[in-house]
Design a protein around this ligand. Structure first.
Ligand SMILES: [Fe+2]
Length: 133
């Protein structure tokens, strides 16, 4: 399964946020597995709704954390979250329309979205937090 596996390089060194990122991975994995099993739209929508609400919750938590520690790029980072949320919605529309239903396609979309953001942008929050600690 081309699910992007959780690996230690994705740890940003902030346990609460790392746990939330792992949870996001787990839900994305559920989605990919369900697609691979050929589940129908109702099941996929259910998992997708979980992905969407957990993403929303996580972004809010992360944004609060950034502001709490006085992270200088908090606003810029929050703006990227808005774009990512739009991509999550786009992903669902594509699935709904049957345009992107292969596990590989969804996996690429998810890894591009989650992995790149976590490794680059979220990693910078971790570095800032450590430098200031
Ligand atoms: Fe983030």
């Amino acid at each position: 399964m081309p699910t992007p596996d959780w690996s230690d390089v994705l740890n940003i060194g902030l346990p609460i946020l790392d746990e939330q990122h792992k949870q996001l991975f787990a839900i994305a994995d559920d989605l990919l597995s369900a697609i691979a099993r050929g589940e129908g739209e109702a099941v996929l929508k259910d998992i997708f709704d979980r992905l969407k609400s957990y993403t929303k919750y996580h972004f809010k938590e992360e944004e609060e954390y950034m502001r709490r520690i006085g992270y200088p790029k908090a606003e810029e980072h929050a703006a990227e979250h808005v774009l990512l949320m739009m991509r999550v919605n786009t992903l669902w529309r594509l699935i709904e329309n049957g345009e992107i239903i292969s596990p590989k396609g969804v996996s690429l979309f998810v890894s591009d979205w989650i992995v790149e953001h976590i490794m680059d942008k979220d990693g910078q929050i971790g570095q800032f937090a450590k430098a200031g600690a």
